[in-house]
Each structure stands twice: as C-alpha cells, then as structure tokens.
Design a protein around this ligand. Structure first.
Ligand SMILES: [Zn+2]
Length: 131
C-alpha cells in the first residue's frame, strides 16, 4: 500500500492511477481532478466563445453580411452566451475573473451592433415594401 499523493489515504499501487502531476492518487481524488479539469474546460469555452462572438461580430458587421445572416447568427450566439454566462456558478466566475467582464463587454457590443444592423435592414425592407 502507498499513500494517496493528495489526501494520504492508503491505496493499492497496482490499481491506482497517476494524476497530471505524476502522483499516485486514490479514486476520489482522481475523480476530483477530472472534475476540476472539466471545470477549466467549461470556463475556457465561455471565454473563447465570447472572443469568437466579439471578434466575428465586430469584423463582420460592415463586411460580408448577405441578408443579415451574419447578424442573425451573431445575435443568436450572443443570446446563447448570455444564457450560459448567467448559469455560471460563483466558482466559475472566480476562475474567470476579469475575463468574464471582458466577455460580457464583447458579447454585448457585438449584440448591440448587430441589432442596429438588423434594425436598419428591417427599416430598409419596410421602406422598399411601402414604395
Ligand atoms: Zn486521495
């Protein structure tokens, strides 16, 4: 028997797995490690998707935007991001810190710009239909 590298519980070295740091760990510590890793992936994906929405939103609004498709996609992904950002628990918010604030700014900016683009397109369409 060897002690678990994290909590010290005696474990059988022939069945114990190693964590990322190369320590032999018990099952519960291993499971916890996997959960922490999953958490980091979740928080990173929130950050990465806010970057994608923000950058693509800011780049695309004046460029290639046939029939406002890019705007509609941006608005939907921004709303989806806001919903998942609101579902984040306090520990995720702590992990993200300033990134979450930056994400909010980018997503709201992209959402605002594309709502304006869609409004202008809508008005133009109404104007065209009336005349
Ligand atoms: Zn342990």
């Amino acid at each position: 028997m060897v002690p678990c590298g994290v909590c010290g519980t005696p474990i059988d070295p022939s069945t114990a797995n190693f964590d990322k740091a190369g320590r032999q760990v018990c099952r519960s510590c291993e499971a916890r490690g996997v959960i922490v890793e999953g958490d980091m992936k979740a928080t990173n994906s929130i950050w990465v998707s806010s970057l994608i929405i923000g950058i693509s939103g800011l780049v695309s609004w004046s460029c290639f935007n046939p029939f406002g498709i890019v705007s509609i996609i941006t608005v939907f992904s921004a709303i989806g991001w806001i919903v998942s950002a609101n579902r984040l628990g306090p520990e995720y918010r702590r992990q993200l810190g300033g990134k979450l604030t930056a994400g909010w700014v980018m997503v709201i900016a992209a959402l605002g710009i594309h709502l304006v683009v869609l409004a202008i397109m809508g008005l133009a369409l109404v104007g065209w239909a009336v005349h």
